[in-house]
Write a new protein. Structure first.
Length: 315
């Protein structure tokens, strides 16, 4: 099969064997989405070799349970062992020997097919089109914030960052009816948010030590610093970014102000699909372009350009 392969920070299109495993489902990819993590892997964020891609929607063509064959599915990206301490504690996404689709020791979804265990798959509701379902994984990552932090309509919530993931986080946070504002640097970002009736704010207008919950989604040290200044004493600071290299942090400020610091990563795919089914979230305006898999290198190039939102690959 054709696949977008990363090795030694170099991308290429390759012919590789089907990822056929008797104990896993084989999924024919309908669409995959290029994520910021894909781009960071190319830049050397993590030493990965294999097929990129972890956002997808597709059809099961082989399964250890025949009832799944023909199902349209999305999937969770962390494949766990089920037996380590983390798995036994009910934290499979933190499995000590997990593989991660397109990121750690498991070929990803920028290919014609992908393999995953059945427990990682979720059926896509009939009313949710592929163009929306392909966003299920990053929407789930946004939903994870609400799994970790109780947010009410009375809370003042600031989101710093309005890129690919930030746009989805904003839509998810808006479902809480909190007093939400999003720091968005670019007009395109602001226009997308305003179309969803989500308020934006300029960096210079962010009131320090004012916000009950602050979510950082820029991945930049300057965004981190702004978010930390914004959170009120005894407020909650949610980190939705990973950072290359070292990040300077004044620990004393966290201690003195008794800030709750929360790292946030992957979330529930089924909840994301339910939000899409109910129409509470519409990610499709974020689609800037789509490419056939044969033009995957071109697709990655466009996705890396500043200001580009979601680029899809269609095998």
């Amino acid at each position: 099969m054709k696949a977008l392969w990363l090795e030694d920070r170099a991308l290429s299109m390759r012919d590789i064997p089907l990822p056929r495993r008797d104990d896993e489902a084989l999924v024919r990819i309908a669409l995959s989405g290029i994520c910021g993590t894909d781009l960071e892997l190319v830049r050397g964020y993590y030493p990965y070799t294999g097929v990129l891609g972890h956002e997808f929607v597709g059809e099961v063509v082989h399964s250890p349970d025949p009832a799944w064959v023909g199902a349209r599915v999305c999937g969770g990206i962390n494949v766990s062992c089920g037996t380590c301490d983390a798995c036994r504690r009910g934290n499979p996404t933190h499995c000590e020997v997990r593989t991660v689709l397109g990121i750690v020791n498991r070929d990803g979804a920028h290919a014609e097919y992908v393999a995953l265990p059945l427990e990682n798959l979720c059926r896509v509701p009939e009313s949710v089109p592929n163009d929306a379902a392909v966003f299920a994984e990053p929407i789930a990552a946004a939903v994870e914030i609400l799994e970790q932090v109780e947010i009410t309509a009375d809370d003042r919530v600031l989101l710093v960052g309005a890129g690919r993931l930030g746009q989805l986080i904003a839509q998810v946070l808006a479902t809480t009816h909190a007093r939400l504002a999003v720091v968005a640097r670019h007009e395109k970002q602001r226009a997308l948010l305003h179309a969803r009736n989500i308020d934006t704010i300029l960096e210079k207008d962010v009131v320090p030590r004012h916000w009950d919950v602050v979510v950082e989604a820029t991945g930049s040290p300057s965004g981190f610093e702004l978010a930390l200044r914004a959170v009120r004493p005894r407020g909650v600071f949610v980190l939705k970014s990973t950072y290359r290299g070292d990040l300077s942090l004044d620990i004393s400020a966290l201690v003195v102000d008794e800030i709750t610091l929360i790292g946030s990563r992957c979330g529930p795919i089924d909840t994301a699909l339910a939000l899409l089914e109910r129409g509470e979230i519409d990610p499709t305006p974020l689609i800037d372009a789509r490419f056939p898999l044969a033009r995957g290198l071109e697709a990655m190039g466009l996705a890396a350009e500043p200001g580009t939102m979601k680029v899809l690959i269609e095998p």
